[in-house]
Design a protein around this ligand. Sequence first.
Ligand code: CMC
Length: 431
Amino acid sequence: MADTKKTAKFTLDGRDFDLPVHSPTAGPDVVDIRKLYGQAGVFTYDPGFTSTASCDSAITFIDGDAGVLLHRGYPIDQLASASHYLEVCYLLLYGNLPSAAELEDFETRVTQHTMIHEQMHNFFRGFRRDAHPMATMVGVVGAMSAFYHDSTDINDPWQREVASIRLIAKMPTIAAMAYKYSIGQPFVYPRNDLDYAANFLHMCFSVPAEDYTVDPILARAMDRIFTLHADHEQNASTSTVRLASSSGANPFACIAAGIACLWGPAHGGANQACLEMLNEIGTVDRIPEFIARAKDKDDPFRLMGFGHRVYKNFDPRATVMKESADEVLELLGVENNPILQVAKELEKQALADPYFAEKKLFPNVDFYSGIILEAMGFPTSMFTPIFALSRTVGWISQWKEQLSDPALKIGRPRQLYTGETERDYVPVEKR
Ligand code: CMC
């Protein structure tokens, strides 16, 4: 628990209550209201948790006004340019950058768990071919608890460790299999001589009929996309994982819950929705029409890939992603991609519009990621599964942190009840 030197005074019906105030290592102070109900008999009300810290965490820090994102203290732009995904996984999981020997050992452990139980292939085959890969992933990841019994005991630190490695290692295999199944191609087994990102591209794009060589520049771009999505503090899917885990649920069930939450278009589903929106806009001359729709209170349309609950200046991940989009498209010889032109012009026009400036709406991580993924050859339906596999390490790190917290309690919010008060049951013939 953070430093506690101050108290906040709360007055209700003439009675004063002192509430401890915790000072974090960075970020705003936090008023501790845990004893408020017991002492004052009232709840606090905060739908959407806009002012509520749900836990202590030492993993990720965001300053939304300054556009800062730190993992274990290290800025995301430094990690995205100088580190790589598996090193960031180690950092998130264990708290520090690894030594060369620790990194090698970690990479070996992950690499040795990339295959999934052969019986799980049958499980995939139970799905319709046209299922969204996220639907398949929710099911298959949840089903891992039926295949890996020896790592479901959350009270055993070794089993927790094994489950963590298994999830990080197998998620690319599962995502790639969901994709292959959806396009009717054979599953491609992982290749342990390739690095994490290159192996994922291999499992998605190679076929048994011919040789496939992974372009190292594309593998690097893939790795950077994984890194930029690795963790993001207490967002909706991470909070879902923590809430599921607070009941003692097994890790595979918790991560499946996180995947389900991520799927929504306000969260991880925004990358698919954003590219679909850019395609629908199609040409720069139609941008004003869509900006007008986004501003119209009577139209539910929103600019996808725009806005963020926490970032109110810029999303540092979007900055790196935009640079990556330019690099990848140039590499692929499609720098004049019309959709990239639409995205850039849309960003320019929206940022110049007082509506977006006043509401502090900026491009988020999902605004440019879809353009890169599409240029790499992924269909839009794979964008959110790629986010899910990248975020798995964040979910797992937060899950492990939560389980080692002695103050852990089951998550159980209260409510502001607005329904009927008690009334007597009326038999059906008298209604
Ligand atoms: N386009 C148009 N107006 C918007 C947008 C947008 N993309 N986002 C927010 N607004 C408006 C909204 O209508 C509201 O206006 P008013 O105050 O007049 O009612 C105001 O801005 C505040 O919006 P909010 O919905 O109360 O803000 P929030 O913090 O609850 O929502 C958000 C954050 C990300 C869900 C929202 O900005 C949004 O729906 N964006 C589009 C979806 C998207 O890109 N999501 C990806 C987020 S980043 C990756 C991730 O977390 O997975």
